[in-house]
Every structure is written in structure tokens, then in C-alpha cells.
Write a new protein. Structure first.
Length: 396
């Protein structure tokens, strides 16, 4: 590379860095100081040297479908937790089900039984998951998400060929709206969605037609349509304000957008071999951190938005393909990942040096784990999907 080319490349990187810093300055959420976070995590680890799954594992087995989608309702009423799950059938015969279970008060029982067994099933009545309601749909759902807001906590969105909005009240799941696309005949299937934590009416979705859409639930229509990538867009994550969001997809890049400047974006990470990125999640406790799941690989990349090009850490303990990973609801360093190796791993990215992080907890399932969910309010409970089963794990 000539000196002129090196200078030009340096200028491009500087411009990218300046753009990202400018967007970060506009984020409304405070960014947690990393040093303080490290001290807090170290203190927790000293107080409780090993996080453990509770011996309670609750299971629901579908008799008619393989499952894929899963989402916790972000509220608890009368000690009941509700979950939405969706089927993954090739035929035009799919469904969305609402499951519920009783949250147990385990303190007395735990005092009587100190043995920790990650895979022990509690067969008492309280351990059962009950089917409350279901709706029939044509196509498999790519993503399910309950509202994170108290004001519309009963709303559930699903994406497939369209974006549907449901309401779950009085143990009934009801379709209340199908959001309309602009130029629907030219649009492809929706791959994923996210709900804004800053505005209860704003939804973001990604599509195989290279676009992302920002929806307004007040009118059930698209507010913005943006060509985001040169190839399919596999995932979108909305930021801590109403304007910023990130996307990823088949071109292996992670891009940062600001709706106040919708015609431009910043590419702050690209996989070296252009491997497609399947999933990404933005940490809302510390918006500097983003996790990504690479297609057909056993690795999770942790990105620091302040540093271009290189991952903050690469998590590679899984022995088979990672299917999804999500941040803990109220943590800036904890996440959980699930894989075809039949394990769910809990991580703390501040445990160990950068680039070398080991999981701090492991759950072994009977089958490949396809998906995972962790509710904002129900943060002691993690839901996983394996085959035709939903398993709900309690951690503490």
C-alpha cells in the first residue's frame, strides 16, 4: 500500500470514529464506567463465588410442532409468569402459544436441600407449565417480542412475512393489527425485530430485501424504510434513544444508524472472511457493548463500539454452532448463549483478560438448543427452546 493509500485509509478510519463518537454523545442512557463495573463484578464474585442454576427446571412439550420463538411477558401478576412460544413447521400450519407457570418461593426448600444439581427436574405441581391460549398462523415466526413498557405490557409482536401485533389479556391471545408495509409487493420476509425502550410505540424490523423498517404502532404503519445493507439483513437492535439503531446481516458487517441522518451509516465492524452475522444484541446498561453471533460458527464476538475493527473479546467455549446469545437484562457484562452442542453457557466478559473469557455457568440439555429468552422483569428465569420443548431455568 502506498503512502497516499495509507493516509486515505487513516482518514477514513478517523472519520468513522468521529461519526460514532458523535452518535454516542447523543445517546440518552448513561454509559457505565468500565472500571467501576469491573469492581462491582469482582465484589459480587467474592460474595458469591459461583452462580448456580436452581435445581428447578420447568418443561413444556409441544405435541404438534417443533418450536423456535420464545419471549417473556415483562410483568408478573399474582405470582404468574407468562411466556409466548411459536412453532417452526414447514407446512402452512403454525401457531403462537401462551404458556404460564407459578413462580415459586424456594427459600425454605433450598435451606433443606443444599445439593446443587443443574439438571434435576422438580415434578411438583408448581413445576408444570400450562398452556393458556394459542392462535393459528400460516408461516413460521422469525421473532417474538413482548413490549418492554408497563403502559402496553400486554402487547406481543411477531414477524414472518408480515409484522403482527397481538394483545394478551384475560388469558386470551388476540390479533389486533397487521402492520402495513410501503410497497408491500416489493418487500421480502422479515427476519427479526426489536422494540424501542425509549418509545413504547416504536418497533424496528429487518428484512431479506436489504432493508430495515421503523414502525409506528400508533398508526400500524412504516415510519421509515432504509436500505441498510448490500445483502440480506438478519437482525436489528434499537438503541437507548428514539434515533439510533444497529443492523447486521449476510455481508458480515455491523452498521450504526441515526434516524436524524437516515441516508448515512457507520460500519464499525466487519468479519475478516465476510462471514454472515446472524444475531446481534445491544447492551442497554452499557451501550458501548454489542454481542454478535456468527452464522455456522461456535463463536460469539463482543464488540466495543468505541474501538473499530477488532472484537473486545471472542467467546469460543461452545463445541458446535451458536444459535443465539442475549445480554442479562440488568447487567453490563453478563450474557447467555445457546448452541447445537446442547448447552447454554452463562458468561461474564469481565472475568478473565480480554480475548480469553471462560463461561461461569453451564446447563446441559437433551437436544440442540435453538433459542433463548430472558425477561426484563422475570430476570431470575431463562427460557430455552430445544426441539419441541420449552425449558424454563431458574438462576440465582
Amino acid at each position: 500500500m502506498s503512502e497516499d493509500d495509507k493516509k486515505e485509509e487513516s482518514t477514513k478510519n478517523t472519520n468513522k470514529s468521529d461519526k460514532i463518537e458523535e452518535i454516542l454523545e447523543n445517546l440518552n442512557s448513561p454509559i457505565t464506567n468500565k472500571d467501576e463495573s469491573l469492581k462491582e463484578n469482582q465484589k459480587k464474585l467474592e460474595e458469591n463465588s459461583e452462580l448456580k442454576y436452581n435445581k428447578y427446571v420447568k418443561k413444556y412439550k409441544s405435541t404438534d410442532s417443533r418450536l423456535y420463538g420464545i419471549a417473556f411477558q415483562n410483568s408478573i401478576e399474582s405470582n404468574i409468569i407468562n411466556i409466548a412460544v411459536s412453532s417452526l413447521n414447514i407446512s402452512e400450519n403454525n401457531n403462537i402459544k401462551i404458556l404460564s407457570f407459578q413462580q415459586d418461593d424456594l427459600e425454605e426448600d433450598e435451606e433443606d436441600n443444599t445439593e446443587t444439581n443443574l439438571n434435576t427436574i422438580n415434578n411438583s405441581e408448581n413445576a408444570s407449565i400450562k398452556l393458556k391460549d394459542e392462535v393459528k398462523i400460516d408461516f413460521p415466526v422469525s421473532s417474538l417480542l413482548f413490549s418492554p413498557h408497563e403502559i402496553n405490557k400486554n402487547l406481543l409482536i411477531s414477524t414472518s412475512d408480515i409484522l403482527n401485533v397481538y394483545s394478551y389479556e384475560k388469558e386470551k391471545l388476540k390479533l389486533i393489527a397487521t402492520c402495513e408495509k410501503n410497497n408491500m409487493e416489493k418487500r421480502g420476509p422479515i427476519t427479526s425485530c426489536d422494540w424501542s425502550i425509549a418509545n413504547n410505540a416504536i418497533i424496528g424490523s429487518s428484512s431479506v430485501d436489504h432493508t430495515v423498517s421503523i414502525w409506528d404502532l400508533n398508526i400500524f404503519k412504516e415510519k421509515h424504510t432504509i436500505i441498510a445493507h448490500d445483502k440480506e439483513v438478519f437482525d436489528i437492535a434499537l438503541g437507548p434513544d428514539e434515533f439510533t439503531f444497529i443492523t447486521t446481516g449476510a455481508d458480515g458487517s455491523v452498521r450504526l444508524f441515526d434516524l436524524r441522518q437516515p441516508d448515512s451509516s457507520s460500519i464499525f465492524f466487519e468479519t475478516r472472511d465476510e462471514s454472515p452475522i446472524l444475531r446481534l444484541k445491544w447492551n442497554m446498561v452499557n451501550p458501548n457493548f454489542i454481542l454478535t453471533v456468527i452464522v455456522d460458527k461456535n463463536e460469539i464476538y463482543i464488540l466495543d463500539i468505541r474501538k473499530l475493527g477488532e472484537p473486545y473479546a471472542i467467546l469460543k467455549e461452545h463445541t458446535n454452532v451458536v444459535n443465539n446469545a442475549i445480554w442479562a437484562p440488568k447487567s453490563n457484562t453478563n450474557l447467555i448463549s445457546v448452541s447445537d452442542d446442547k448447552t447454554a453457557l452463562l458468561w461474564d466478559i469481565n472475568c478473565g483478560s480480554n480475548k480469553s473469557v471462560e463461561s461461569i455457568m453451564k446447563y446441559e440439555a437433551d437436544n440442540e438448543i435453538e433459542n433463548v429468552a430472558w425477561g426484563e422483569v422475570t430476570q431470575n428465569w431463562i427460557g430455552i427452546i430445544e426441539g419441541n420443548e420449552t425449558e424454563i431455568l431458574r438462576i440465582q
